[in-house]
Design a protein around this ligand. Structure first.
Ligand SMILES: [Zn+2]
Length: 114
């Protein structure tokens, strides 16, 4: 009796873990996209300010970009741990979670995480 109950609750846990991982993955992807957009905006802002004043101090804006890049990197690391499947956008090869290289082993393209 206890065995059956464990099996059922175990299966339920598996499903909710999977859907949680999927929504975590989506949230992370959205947050990464947001940070990347913000970086573009800050880059443009630096460009505008530099144009107006080439001798200005842009260290705060640069530090903001560095912060966001660090956040993106840690979120990308989280994505890896959630679902480590790497996919080559060029040749379509899929690598399992044991494959930890940044680049496709077949064609050398930088891999994205699916
Ligand atoms: Zn490839």
């Amino acid at each position: 009796m206890a065995g059956i109950f464990e099996k059922i609750s175990g299966a339920g846990k598996g499903v909710s873990d999977m859907s949680k991982a999927a929504s975590d993955t989506n949230n992370l992807k959205k947050k990464i996209a947001y940070e990347q957009e913000r970086i573009q905006e800050v880059m443009q802002e630096i460009g505008r300010q530099y144009y107006a004043n080439p001798k200005g101090d842009y260290s705060a804006l640069c530090a903001d970009i560095d912060d966001r890049k660090r956040r993106i990197n840690s979120m990308k690391a989280d994505l890896h741990s959630l679902k480590g499947l790497r996919v080559c956008g060029t040749c379509g090869t899929k690598f399992d979670e044991k494959y930890t290289f940044e680049f496709c082993g077949k064609c050398g393209t930088r891999l994205t995480i699916e």
